[in-house]
Design a binder for this molecule. Structure first.
Ligand code: ATP
Length: 522
């Protein structure tokens, strides 16, 4: 048993008062240890509660640490017990292509829409219908509406999206109605469906307290259920606002602005002071409420690393490039999460090269590779696909598929390549940041030395950088993030050109952050 830090003790003392709390827990600061301390305090008080984790693996890990009075699980597990189990027969139904579901809902093969020169086929319409239902299920809304219809690659303009919405909405509503029957229907029943049904019933969760983990990335549907418990249960939101990296798929940081006592954990047990300083530079840029202190007992170096245990990439395509490089260097390579997402992309590219349409949701509106290349090169909405086009044009799809076939399991690999999204919650002894983390574009203005001034840093990119650098224990090679060393915002001292100190930008939806994101890691 460790001697608690003053911050851990403060959390353990605040908890028994029963008031709602927010605990900002920085990377590697012993969050689980601290929550277990709270749980033991509750046991002494005779209170029982629940810990709600982001996924099942985290919930299982917590269950081993927490006393039995605290039930550990996910929001989906609660919803399954209350609603989902009635739909078990439908959940066991075999998977089928989205267009078959679309056809069963009435989207015939000849039902298409023109999007300029592109044809939105019945397959793309069916996909959009199913995605609309999923987005509704993740929202806090009572009914399906136009804002749930996702933008379709290659048909992003407002008039086209409006046309798509009009076409898709009636079928999305029909799909949702179909899903209500416990034992028959044409739409495949998914976990998000029963979660939404449960939320619409406005459930009361019987508990004296609820501990919500990873609260910086909470789906609105879970947020709605949780905040509705605040009159009978003590709410404790735990997470790290600076690690909120799922905003692009609708998640919200429910810690910021929450009405409750504010606590923090800032002593990192993962790394030493040098890495804490690097992390703090990013925490300053994102305007985070905490700064980290490294453990004086741990030595972490920042320097070039030739053979790191892990290479962290910004995008899926960046990961593909790294996999190829590492294989060429004769290293056994693992890809966190497996190679299926990348293989699907490579197969889609292969189909387009052969002049066939693909069913891949990102590329389904394009008929040929040339058409996709033009979209990536000339359309601002397609700019993030440029790295994919370049990697395919450089290596060819067959070489990419061969490379992905050679992946090793993590436990027998020399190096693990991962996107930052996949690396969340993980740590390695030595980490290199991949070179797809490019800095912001230069401004049109020049500085006193005549060199162009670097543009502001997108705040979403800075959060991603913070998650990436804090995965290392002993060695960090900041690699692709080295541009920060010559950016004014990378200076830990306030910069003279900026009243606030650091020029950063809070990017609105679908601006720089969206176009820079690359093919998404799901
Ligand atoms: N007060 C303490 N003194 C020394 N070591 C501690 C203390 N609190 C936690 N630790 C150690 O820090 C490490 C990380 O703690 P823990 O497993 O609780 O964190 P986590 O929740 O898994 O990770 P993170 O903090 O990154 O979310 C563990 O090895 C734990 O034993």
């Amino acid at each position: 048993m460790h001697l608690p830090t003053p911050e851990q003790s403060a959390a353990a003392e605040a908890f028994p008062t029963g008031s709602h709390l927010v605990i900002q827990a920085g990377a590697g600061t012993g969050k689980t240890t601290t929550l277990a301390m709270l749980a033991r305090t509750a046991r002494r008080q005779g209170r029982s509660g629940r810990y709600i984790a982001f996924n099942r693996a985290v919930a299982r890990h917590a269950a081993r640490t927490f006393p039995a009075e605290v039930a550990c699980g996910t929001a989906h597990a609660l919803a399954y017990t209350a609603v989902g189990r009635r739909y078990q027969a439908r959940m066991n139904a075999p998977r089928q292509a989205g267009w078959r579901t679309g056809a069963a809902l009435g989207i015939d093969e000849d039902m298409t829409m023109r999007a300029g020169a592109r044809k939105v086929t019945h397959k793309a319409l069916s996909y959009t219908v199913l995605r609309t239902v999923t987005r509704f299920c993740q929202s806090a809304d009572r009914d399906i509406g136009p804002h749930h219809v996702p933008p379709l690659r290659g048909a992003e303009s407002e008039p086209l999206h409006a046309q798509l919405t009009e076409l898709v909405l009636p079928y999305a509503r029909k799909a949702w109605a179909d899903l209500q029957h416990p034992d028959r229907g044409v739409v495949r029943f998914e976990h998000d469906h029963y979660l939404k049904m449960w939320a619409l019933r406005e459930p009361v969760i019987p508990a004296d307290f609820l501990l919500l983990d990873e609260a910086q990335d909470t789906n609105p549907v879970v947020e709605q259920v949780l905040t509705a418990q605040r009159d009978h249960a003590q709410l404790v939101l735990v997470g790290d606002s600076a690690q909120a990296i799922y905003g692009w798929r609708g998640a919200r940081d429910v810690m910021t602005g929450f009405d409750g006592g504010q606590l923090s954990l800032s002593r990192s047990f993962r790394f030493g002071p040098a890495l804490a300083a690097e992390a703090n530079r990013w925490l300053t840029i994102v305007g985070a409420p905490i700064r980290l202190t490294g453990s004086p007992l741990l030595h972490t170096e920042l320097r070039a690393v030739r053979a790191p245990e892990a290479i962290l990439c910004r995008t899926n395509v960046g990961a593909m490039v790294e996999v190829i490089r590492q294989l060429e260097a004769d290293r056994r390579v693992a890809l966190a999460g497996g190679g299926e997402a990348l293989s699907a992309l490579a197969r889609a590219a292969h189909d387009l090269e052969a002049g066939r349409r693909t069913g891949h949701p990102e590329l389904m509106l394009f008929e040929t590779w040339g058409e996709l290349r033009e979209y990536a090169e000339c359309d601002p909405a397609g700019r993030d696909l440029l790295p994919l086009v370049e990697v395919v044009d450089e290596h060819g799809t067959e070489a990419l598929l061969r490379a992905l076939d050679q992946l090793s399991p993590e436990d027998s690999a020399d190096v693990t390549v991962s996107t930052v999204h996949r690396a969340k919650g993980r740590e390695w002894a030595s980490v290199r940041i991949a070179d797809d983390f490019t800095g912001p574009d230069d401004l049109d203005e020049a500085g006193e030395d005549g060199a162009p001034l670097p543009g502001p840093i997108d705040i979403d990119e800075a959060r991603l950088a913070y998650v990436a650098v804090t995965r290392a224990r002993s060695l960090l090679d900041i690699g692709g993030l080295s541009w920060i060393n010559s950016h004014p915002a990378g200076d830990p001292l306030p910069h003279p050109h900026s009243a606030e100190g650091n020029p950063v930008e809070h990017a609105p939806e679908r601006t720089a952050s969206a176009t820079k994101r690359g093919v998404r890691d799901r």
